[in-house]
Design a binder for this molecule. Structure first.
Ligand SMILES: Cc1cc2nc3c(=O)[nH]c(=O)nc-3n(C[C@H](O)[C@H](O)[C@H](O)COP(=O)(O)O)c2cc1C
Length: 269
């Protein structure tokens, strides 16, 4: 943490907001003692909260941060209501748009700011056709290795080989698999949060998405399929998501029964 003494007003906001509580005021200027440097998780709260842009941390200059604007809650509500599982696609997503999505998804939180996620993207109809072929053939060849409770997925694979119906990949032009270093505190949760961000933000750009439980099953039941995608051995798989330019537009939201919510103002028992 480097603090510009000409800009710092000594307001102490960075001290109050530091999650690991290692920023201390010294002669009116906040800082981290060298012996506490290792405890800094580089979450950049100190950089983000400073009203005068006095804080640089982990080599990140405040001038390079995007300015924040007020969030329109109605727009966010609409994004949540409008997101649906899309299973009809109208084309591939161009690389520039995909990079825009990934730049935003990269802001998803990870436990202790580990930021150890990998997004493996199979891109384009040709690559997806190869993935579909390998997946369906492997499911049929190795059907005996699939858990009894998941045998139905073999029938879905047969549907493709016999009738050309793609029940696993839904003819999507892309799939993303998120994985995270196994040694991290919450690898699966970190991955699924990032994929949720992907889901919501992508849909706001006209990209249809569907959580792909079926390919997730394939990755877990036939682990050799991980190597088709080059997923490192020391990574835990979070989940998979199909995506592509959306081929559908919904006119209205779904109607769900109320969520089971319990608000406790004291503990039970
Ligand atoms: C963890 C998870 C796994 C899913 N797996 C699949 C899948 O393999 N194939 C599919 O077509 N839809 C899959 N879905 C989509 C659900 O069927 C869908 O979210 C649900 O029907 C609600 O519809 P909505 O997403 O349009 O609101 C999955 C959803 C979740 C959350």
């Amino acid at each position: 943490m480097i603090v510009d003494p000409k800009k710092c007003t000594g307001c102490g906001l960075c001290i109050a907001d530091c999650p690991t509580r290692i920023i201390k005021m010294e002669n009116g200027i906040p800082g981290i003692k060298p012996e506490n440097d290792d405890e800094c998780i580089v979450c950049q709260h100190c950089l983000a909260i400073c009203p005068t842009a006095a804080v640089t941390v982990g080599g990140k200059l405040p001038a390079n941060s995007r300015a924040l604007e007020a969030v329109d809650a109605t727009a966010l509500e609409m994004a949540i209501l409008a997101r649906r599982s899309v299973r009809q696609f109208s084309g591939e997503v161009d690389e520039q748009t995909l990079r825009r999505v990934m730049d935003i998804v990269n802001h998803a939180p990870t436990a202790v700011n580990a930021r150890d996620l990998h997004f493996t993207i199979v891109s384009g109809m040709e690559a997806m056709a190869e993935l579909r072929k390998r997946t369906c053939e492997a499911l049929i060849k190795d059907a005996a290795r699939i858990d009894a409770s998941r045998q139905w997925i073999v029938s879905v694979a047969r549907l493709w080989l016999n009738r050309g119906v793609d029940g696993i990949f839904r003819n999507a032009p892309h799939i993303v698999v998120v994985s995270c270093g196994k040694e991290q505190v919450h690898p699966k949760v970190d991955s699924v949060i990032a994929l949720s961000y992907f889901d919501l933000y992508a849909s706001s750009l006209g990209i249809g998405t569907t959580w792909c439980g079926m390919f997730d099953t394939v990755l877990r039941q036939l682990p050799e399929s991980r190597s088709w995608l080059g997923i490192p051995d020391d990574h835990e798989i979070g989940y998979a998501m199909l995506f592509g330019k959306t081929g559908v537009r919904y006119a209205r939201a779904a109607q769900h029964s109320p969520a089971g919510v319990k608000i406790l103002k004291g503990l039970q028992n």
